[in-house]
Design a protein around this ligand. Structure first.
Ligand SMILES: Nc1ncnc2c1ncn2[C@@H]1O[C@H](COP(=O)(O)OP(=O)(O)OP(=O)(O)O)[C@@H](O)[C@H]1O
Ligand SMILES: [Mg+2]
Length: 335
C-alpha cells in the first residue's frame, strides 16, 4: 500500500546564537541539529508512535511534516505529493488534512473564548459551516470526543487537563482531517486519565478512519495502541519496527533502556540491566560515533569512531546499532 506520509532524509538545523551558558563562545554562531536524516513511512489508517526522551526531536518532526517549521533539507510526501515545494494555497489545503494536537493543552486554547467559539472559529476560518449548521457541528464534535453539549458554553479554565485534551482533539477533528499528529496527548494528564484519552484516539481511528502519528516520551503509554513504533535519539531514528516486534525483540540498547524505565506491572519483576544511565548529550556537541555510546553498556571502540547505519533486520524492522546481534541475544542481554 502507498504510504500516506513518506519522509526521507529530513534534517532540521536551528541556528543558535552562542552564550556562556551553553558552552558556546558568545557571539559565535552554531547550529543545533534537531533532526538528522530522518526516514519514515506512515501507512493509511495506521497508528505510528514516535518515542524518545525530551529534546530528541519529536515535536520538531511533527511540526516539520506540516511545515510549521521549514526543514533544512530532505523530503516530505503526503499522498505522494511533495509538501516542501507546495505553494501557500496548496499548503493551506494540505494542512486541513494534516492536523496537529499540541503538546500543551493549557496554552493552546484561547482562555477568552468558550469552547463553542473555539470550535466555531475553526469551522468559520475554513469555510466549513456557519450559524445553525456550525452549532450543530460543534455538538457533533463534542459528542465525538465524549463531552456533553453544555461544554460549548464554558471556558477552557472550567475543564480538567483530560477534558482540555479532548477539546484540543475536537478542534483538530473540526476540519475532518485524514491524519492527526498528537504531540504527547497524555503527558499532561493523570495516569488514570491517560488510558481514557488513548482509548478515545483508538475509537476515533475506528469510527473516522483516521491515521495517527502519536508522539510520546514513554513506551508504556503507546504499547497497546500502536501499529508501529519508531524510537528517536538525538534527532535520529534508532529503531523502527511493527509494535509487537519491537516489544518482543528490541534490538537497540536505547529501546531496551526505555522499556526498562517503563513502570512495572509486577513490582517485584527483575529490573532490566539495560536501564539508561545519565542524561542525553547536548545536541550542540554530540559525541563522535554513535550518539548513544556514552550511555551504552554494549559500546566498544568502533561505536566511538563512526555512526552506525540504519540496518534492515527483515520484516520491516530497522535498527541503527553495530551491536544489535548482542542486544538481541538473551544470554548477553540480561547479564
Ligand atoms: N526554535 C528552536 N530554536 C533552537 N533550538 C530548538 C528550537 N526548537 C527546538 N529546538 C531544539 O531542538 C531539539 C529538539 O527539540 P524538540 O522540541 O523537537 O524535542 P522533543 O523530542 O519534542 O522534546 P520534548 O519531549 O521535551 O517535547 C532540542 O534540543 C531543542 O532544544
Ligand atoms: Mg516535544
Amino acid at each position: 500500500m502507498t504510504p500516506l506520509i513518506e519522509v526521507r532524509g529530513l534534517t532540521m538545523r536551528y541556528p543558535i546564537q552562542g552564550g556562556f551558558m551553553d558552552g558556546v563562545l558568545p557571539g559565535r554562531r552554531r547550529t543545533l541539529t534537531a533532526l538528522d536524516g530522518v526516514d519514515l513511512d506512515i501507512a493509511p489508517g495506521e497508528i505510528f508512535s514516535l518515542v524518545g526522551e525530551s529534546g530528541s526531536g519529536k515535536t520538531t518532526l511533527g511540526r516539520a511534516l506540516l511545515r510549521l517549521v521549514e526543514p533544512t533539507s530532505g523530503e516530505v510526501r503526503f499522498r505522494g505529493e511533495d509538501v516542501l515545494s507546495m505553494g501557500p494555497a496548496r499548503l493551506r489545503a494540505a494542512r486541513r488534512d494534516l492536523q496537529m494536537v499540541f503538546q500543551d493543552p493549557w496554552s493552546s486554547l484561547n482562555p477568552r473564548l468558550t469552547v463553542g467559539q473555539i470550535l466555531g472559529e475553526v469551522l468559520h476560518v475554513h469555510d466549513i459551516a456557519r450559524g445553525a449548521a456550525a452549532k450543530a457541528r460543534v455538538r457533533e464534535l463534542l459528542d465525538l470526543v465524549g463531552l456533553p453539549p453544555e461544554a460549548a458554553d464554558r471556558y477552557p479554565r472550567h475543564f480538567s487537563g483530560g477534558q482540555r485534551q479532548r477539546i484540543g482533539i475536537a478542534r483538530a477533528l473540526a476540519v475532518d482531517p485524514e491524519i492527526i499528529v498528537a504531540d504527547e496527548p497524555v503527558s499532561a494528564v493523570d495516569v488514570s486519565v491517560q488510558a481514557q484519552i488513548m482509548n478515545l484516539l483508538l475509537d476515533l481511528r475506528e469510527r473516522l478512519g483516521l491515521t495517527l502519528l502519536m508522539i510520546a516520551h514513554d513506551l508504556s503509554v503507546v504499547r497497546y495502541v500502536s501499529d508501529r513504533v519508531a524510537v528517536m535519539y538525538l534527532g535520529r531514528i534508532v529503531e523502527n519496527a511493527p509494535a509487537a516486534e519491537i516489544f518482543a525483540n528490541p534490538r537497540h540498547p536505547y529501546t531496551r533502556g526505555l522499556m526498562a524505565a517503563a513502570p512495572r506491572t509486577r513490582p517485584n519483576a527483575r529490573r532490566d540491566s539495560a536501564a539508561i544511565i545519565g542524561e542525553p548529550p547536548s545536541p550542540l556537541s554530540p559525541p563522535p560515533g554513535c550518539a548513544f555510546n556514552p550511555r551504552c553498556g554494549f559500546a566498544d571502540n568502533g561505536c566511538r569512531e563512526r555512526p552506525p547505519p540504519l540496518e534492515d533486520l527483515g520484516g520491516t524492522h530497522q535498527v541503527r546499532c553495530f551491536k544489535h546481534a548482542s542486544v538481541g541475544d538473551p544470554a548477553l542481554a540480561s547479564s
